[in-house]
Design a binder for this molecule. Structure first.
Ligand SMILES: Nc1ncnc2c1ncn2[C@@H]1O[C@H](COP(=O)(O)OP(=O)(O)OP(=O)(O)O)[C@@H](O)[C@H]1O
Length: 243
């Protein structure tokens, strides 16, 4: 992030996880994760399938209960808050699973994300700024969009609310390179414009290292390694993902 962008950045957006533990029933999936996303930063949480990446995001969002440790946004504990309350505090989410109402139009999918219809026009304008194709397709049912268009709609829906902090789960999954490029350029412009701090969960290492400032690898619910997203990081991360 440039110095100019830092000055433009909205106050806050810092996420801090300390020794976070969570899981399902008798199983503890996330085992003492400590992780920080600084204001204006993009951090990539990487790891093989089933290591607890999505569970970590869902724990931050209050969708999976916190069993230990602490989670703070801008220094304020968010443990126990509902996803709706977190959204009202400026925490956005672009989920991987069942993210859209397939039989509803693009407009109605976007409309459901805003707190009141009064805020819809400004939110839609912001969304079109990220992905202009949405403007001409508002009446189209979301289920008839291509996979890549659906991912862009999910991201537009999260970004149009101007979150302080945005959590993005495997946005690049199954996408062709041209769509991945468009998404990468939106995330990089968001960072350069001093927008949301972003935590991405990713399997696509090249995409992750392209957009992120820093990365962390999650292995069996623990942070196994972390570092800056510099070119030489690729081999180091690959070693974690291949063993
Ligand atoms: N609702 C659930 N109930 C019980 N176990 C679950 C539930 N959701 C996930 N798990 C288990 O928790 C573990 C971690 O899953 P999680 O989805 O967090 O992994 P991940 O790193 O995001 O993997 P992937 O890349 O495959 O999405 C897995 O063993 C998974 O089977």
């Amino acid at each position: 992030m440039t110095e100019a962008a830092r000055k433009l950045a909205p106050q806050g957006g810092e996420l801090e996880l300390r020794d976070v533990a969570s899981g399902y029933g008798a199983i503890t999936v996330v085992k003492g994760v400590s992780l920080r996303v600084r204001p204006g930063e993009i951090v990539a949480l990487l790891g093989k399938n089933g290591m607890g990446k999505t569970t970590t995001l869902k724990t931050i969002l209050g969708m999976v209960p916190l069993r230990g440790g602490s989670i703070a946004v801008d220094g304020v504990s968010v443990a126990g808050l509902t996803p709706t309350k977190l959204a009202s505090l400026g925490v956005g989410y672009a989920p991987q699973e069942q993210p859209l109402f397939q039989d509803m139009t693009i407009r109605d999918n976007l409309r459901l994300a805003v707190a009141s219809d009064r805020r819809l026009p400004a939110a839609l304008d912001a969304g079109f700024g990220y992905f202009p194709f949405l403007k001409d397709r508002l009446a189209q049912r979301a289920g008839t969009l291509s996979g890549g268009e659906q991912k862009m709609l999910i991201l537009a829906r999260a970004l149009m609310l101007k979150p302080r902090l945005l959590l993005i789960d495997e946005i690049s999954e199954g996408l062709q390179p041209s769509v991945i490029d468009r998404i990468a350029s939106v995330l990089l412009s968001e960072r350069d414009a001093g927008g949301a701090s972003i935590l991405i969960v990713e399997q696509n290492l090249d995409f992750a290292l392209r957009v992120a400032d820093r990365w962390a690898v999650l292995k069996l619910g623990e942070i196994d390694d972390e570092g800056p997203a510099e070119p030489q990081a690729r081999d180091r991360v690959l070693r974690h993902l291949s063993v």
